[in-house]
Write a protein that binds this ligand. Structure first.
Ligand SMILES: Cc1cc2nc3c(=O)[nH]c(=O)nc-3n(C[C@H](O)[C@H](O)[C@H](O)COP(=O)(O)OP(=O)(O)OC[C@H]3O[C@@H](n4cnc5c(N)ncnc54)[C@H](O)[C@@H]3O)c2cc1C
Length: 432
């Protein structure tokens, strides 16, 4: 029976003719080889947490949900060989048992490792690139059905293309990733002002391992998140912190968001209310417990990065535009720093950058809001997160990504029958 797949943010749904759950690299290769022989198309899904139309297909959809876990760990080289379908929270728990951790993480831990890395998922911190920078080697089943092992030494150009590749080269089945020894983090959350967060942005990033802030529209208030390594004993607030997290940050915020939806003219008040009651406190826990947050309230999101030196001007114009245009939005903007990398089409390729994410509660008007801000991001050389909403087509991506055409040329070599494409990928690669 066919099953309908829907993304977390309800941005797409699709009913693939065949939903396959292979349990090995060889099974993946067989599915892709047969698809080539029959002239069919294949897409691959992680956890469906992207908003863009990378995944939808009405033909064959591969999920690696039945291919999860650790294959091998090496405490000398501090590397781990991971099955590509492994959900991040499961991976972090498994690594922790081996006294290992990932050096950095994003906000949530429910994505699959391959899904997260394939769109350039990132956290924050002056010292850290996108998560895909932790990959040392990978096994790729190409769109032609060939099994290839890629690394900096073995086929380096294809490796750099595959690190962030949108499932467009083929299916990644295993990867060897760099890890560090398990470590604890102290997390401080507090209120502050927008002037301080922007004016002292470099200082905050220099003084903290991981720094980010949320700005609440129609206020000059922010939530500052300061995260640093510590040897202190765990201090996680136990049961009451969990209750607070569920009741206030999720259920309470859902109620507030529903009110914003029905009384949209009150959104500035709701934003001010949220700003006033940002969580304040200090917690200590293992890194994977500190980084990951629960996200029950559903929203649409657009996130662009701009070169570090353009951040202040871009932010100023965005704040002014939201206020001048009185967009009905109560959800805060999230600001994070990411270090440059050398991955072929990573949004952070070749430049240190600041990611700026805007959110709108599901069911509220977002098109005009996002479109208006997107034009501002373009003015400041913005590049979008591949998993988050944007309106770029081939020309748009080519303008901002120096290696776009080279990526497409390599893609065409490993997937000559265009087996791995759907309509969206055809559009952004100009392969109609
Ligand atoms: C609530 C929420 C919070 C988020 N927080 C952050 C954050 O803090 N930082 C950030 O950068 N992003 C964040 N994101 C975005 C998210 O990390 C990315 O969209 C990510 O790609 C989703 O992973 P997934 O496993 O759901 O992959 P999917 O969305 O299912 O797939 C993403 C891409 O990966 C490809 N893919 C999946 N598996 C494979 C495979 N085995 N081989 C090759 N390609 C594959 C798919 O074809 C697709 O192109 C967030 C998203 C949500 C909904």
């Amino acid at each position: 029976m066919s099953k309908t797949i829907e993304s977390w943010g309800k941005s797409y749904s699709c009913t693939p003719r065949d939903l396959k759950y292979p349990r090995s690299t060889e099974e993946v290769a067989q599915i892709i080889q047969e698809a080539n022989q029959q002239g069919r198309n294949v897409r691959v899904i992680g956890s469906g947490h992207s908003w863009t139309y990378l995944v939808p297909t009405n033909d064959i959809l591969i999920s690696l949900d039945e291919y999860q876990g650790l294959l091998h760990t090496d405490s000398t080289s501090m590397t781990a060989e991971v099955k590509a379908g492994t959900k991040l929270h499961r991976l972090f728990d498994l690594l922790h048992k081996h006294d290992m951790a990932l050096i950095n993480q994003g906000d949530i831990d429910v994505q699959s490792i391959a899904g997260a890395l394939s769109t350039g998922t990132h956290g924050t911190g002056r010292e850290f690139g996108t998560l895909a920078t932790v990959i040392e080697e990978m096994t790729l089943v190409t769109g032609a059905g060939e099994i290839m092992r890629l690394s900096e030494k073995n086929n380096p150009e294809l490796f750099k293309a595959a690190q962030v590749s949108l499932g467009a080269l083929g299916v990644i089945t295993d990867m060897k990733i760099k890890t560090v020894k398990s470590f604890k983090l102290e997390y401080i959350s507090k209120g502050g002002t927008l002037e301080d967060a922007i004016g002292n942005f470099d200082r905050y990033n220099a003084d903290n391992r991981n720094f980010e802030f949320y700005w609440f529209p129609f206020t000059n208030l922010v939530q500052l998140k300061l995260v640093n390594e510590t040897q202190e004993p765990i201090r996680d607030g136990g049961f009451w912190r969990e209750v607070d997290d569920i009741l206030i940050e999720n259920i309470g915020y859902e109620v507030l968001s529903k009110l914003s939806k029905y009384w949209a003219w009150w959104t500035p008040r709701f934003s001010k209310f949220s700003a006033k009651y940002v969580p304040k406190g200090r917690w200590v826990n293992w890194s994977h417990k500190i980084f990951a947050t629960k996200r029950w309230v559903r929203f649409k999101e657009m996130e662009y990065n701009v070169p570090r030196e353009k951040f202040e001007a871009c932010m100023e114009e965005i704040v002014k535009t939201i206020h001048d245009r009185k967009f009905r939005v109560h959800m805060p903007m999230e600001i994070r720093y990411v270090k440059a990398d050398d991955i072929m089409i990573s949004p952070a390729t070749g430049r240190n950058c600041v990611y700026m994410a805007v959110h709108q509660y599901l069911g509220m008007e977002y098109e005009d809001y996002f479109k208006t801000l997107e034009q501002i991001f373009w003015k400041y050389e913005g590049r979008p997160h591949f998993g988050k909403m944007n309106t770029l087509d081939y020309e748009g991506f080519k303008r901002i990504h120096p290696n776009w055409d080279r990526f497409i040329a390599l893609r065409n070599q490993v997937d000559p029958n265009q087996t791995m494409l759907n309509d969206y990928l055809k559009k952004i690669f100009n392969l109609q």
